[in-house]
Design a protein around this ligand. Structure first.
Ligand code: ADP
Length: 501
């Protein structure tokens, strides 16, 4: 199925050379102070791609020091928003000039489909930079009418040094959904990519320098979560942490912030989103939406709609059609343009997904499709659909983060609302119905940050993105995201009749 990590892929695709493997601090690539490295692996084979510097607390200290200096004394926070925007636009241009290499690195490191990564992930990364570049010079304070002979106004000031902690499922998109608004606001930052997928972040550091982002503004420390990540979360000189990842680690980050300097925190965490298909839906369209909702990016999507509820009138027809449709679903090398689903990101995630499938079997759910690994090497898993799933089963409650769908039946709209909300998470939900009244009622009744009606996973930099409930707080994307990187200062001054004058 796949080939070796070095050289070419199954369909003759020439794999990229790995150019950047060191920490990027204060505009220079350097080894970790400890000299430690971590191995990043090709999920198509399990083979090591390369070793990357494993930064820890001491390296984070250096990176924060550089970011602090750049914030307190450097030109980035002080230059005009227009000028920052120009540099960010140049950064976006450089990303587009390197799109093939970046997408290939992402496929190699994370098992993501090469052709989709080019037009989705890398494009969205450049788009995010341009969106926030355009916003950088449109930030205003307010004038405040104060009782008495005073006038007041507010200043919108960058929050300071930001730590961004990034997950492995969308390494590029997550990098830029956090870095772009922070750059536009005039913040300086330390980015820690996930240990499974460090390669594109280092490439982006190189491009940032080429684009003209001053030294110290954007630092990248590769390393493990419990060392480098934890050091960022507890650092006394980091003013804000923006995190995307698991709910368990989100909790640790809040704790670390509370115990250190009470830094601002925003968290985008797990999900177990419902997709609710009503009797009046076009069944073929519903099948298509359900496949995208669960299996896109091999199910490694925090917004995956993997709890699929189908109304009883079309349930049997839906089950038959989705089972039939999965026969054409191709799992294989992510460089092959005919493939729908690549390998899971690493051995740990692969084993975790297989354990959930095993659990589903033990709990009495019935496999409609898949349920097994499907390659001799690498981390490939068949797209798996369970029927006869009960609400309280682990597969219906836990975020599996893999290609596993739980199919369930419902009768009434009231029951659909109750089931949709029967989760600790609240990231997203999907509704498939031609009835506007149903769609409107469902949209208002579900406690989740994004609702898709007759579509799924449609995202844009202009759409606020983030959770309700235990899926976190603080939005990425849109002007809401920009707000996270500012703080507001009130300035008051007496006017002509004031007793102070
Ligand atoms: P997953 O469980 O899906 O791998 P994680 O939440 O563990 O997701 O990881 C998301 C990001 O959080 C990664 O960059 C990881 O290194 C980082 N991370 C993990 N543990 C910690 C921690 N204790 N403190 C800070 N960051 C962490």
């Amino acid at each position: 199925m796949a080939s070796n990590s070095n050289g070419s892929s199954a369909n003759g695709f020439k794999l990229p050379e790995i150019k950047f493997t060191k920490l990027f601090i204060n505009g220079r690539f350097s080894d970790a102070i400890s000299g430690n490295t971590l191995e990043t692996r090709d999920p198509r084979t399990g083979n090591v791609i390369t070793s990357v510097a494993a930064g820890d607390k001491e390296d984070v200290n250096l990176a924060v020091k550089a970011a602090r200096e750049a914030f307190d004394h450097g030109k980035w926070p002080r230059m005009s928003g227009y000028e920052r925007g120009r540099i960010m636009t140049r950064f976006a241009d450089l990303i587009e000039q390197n799109v093939d290499e970046l997408a290939a690195l992402e496929s190699l490191d994370a098992g993501k489909l090469f052709f989709l990564t080019k037009i989705v992930d890398i494009k969205a990364s450049a788009d995010a930079l341009r969106y926030f570049a355009g916003a950088a010079d449109k930030v205003h304070g307010e004038t405040v009418k104060i009782a008495g002979e005073f006038q007041g106004y507010t200043l919108r000031e960058p929050i300071g040094v930001v730590g961004h902690i990034i997950p492995w499922n969308f390494p590029s998109i997550m990098f830029f959904s956090k870095v772009s608004p922070a750059l536009a606001a005039g913040c300086t930052m330390v980015v820690k990519p996930a240990e499974q997928t460090p390669l594109t972040a280092l490439f982006y550091a190189h491009l940032a320098k080429q684009a003209g982002i001053p030294d110290g503004v954007l630092n990248v420390v590769t390393g493990f979560g419990s060392t480098a990540g934890a050091a960022i979360a507890s650092h006394m000189d980091v003013d804000k942490v923006s995190f995307t990842g698991s709910t368990a680690v989100g909790r640790l980050i809040m704790e670390a912030a509370a115990r250190s300097n009470l830094k601002a925190v925003s968290l985008e965490l797990g999900g177990k989103s419902p997709l609710i298909i009503f009797d009046d839906a076009d069944v073929d369209m519903a099948v298509d939406i359900a496949r995208t909702a669960t299996f896109f990016n091999k199910g490694e999507v925090c917004m995956a709609g993997s709890r699929v509820y189908v109304q009883e009138g079309i349930y049997d027809q839906f089950v038959k059609k989705i089972a039939e449709s999965m026969k054409n679903w191709k799992v294989g090398d992510p460089f092959d343009p005919h493939v729908h689903q690549g390998p899971q990101v690493d051995k740990k995630q692969y084993e975790k997904v297989l354990e959930y499938i095993e659990h589903g079997n033990r709990e009495g759910a019935t496999l409609l499709t898949g349920g097994k690994p499907c390659s001799e090497q690498g981390y490939y898993i068949e797209p798996t659909i369970f029927v006869d799933v009960k609400e309280d089963m682990l597969i219906a409650q836990d975020e599996i983060f893999g290609p596993v769908m739980s199919l369930m039946k419902f009768k009434t709209i009231e029951e659909a609302i109750e089931k949709a909300n029967n989760t600790k998470y609240g990231l997203a939900a999907g509704i498939v119905s031609k009835d506007l009244n149903i769609a409107n009622r469902m949209s208002r009744s579900i406690r989740a940050g994004t609702i898709w009606i007759n579509c799924y996973l449609v995202l844009d930099t202009d759409c606020p993105f983030g959770g309700y409930k235990m899926s976190g707080f603080g939005k990425d994307n849109s002007m809401h995201a920009l707000e996270k990187y500012f703080q507001t200062k009130t300035v008051v001054t007496p006017i002509y009749n004031s007793p102070w004058l």
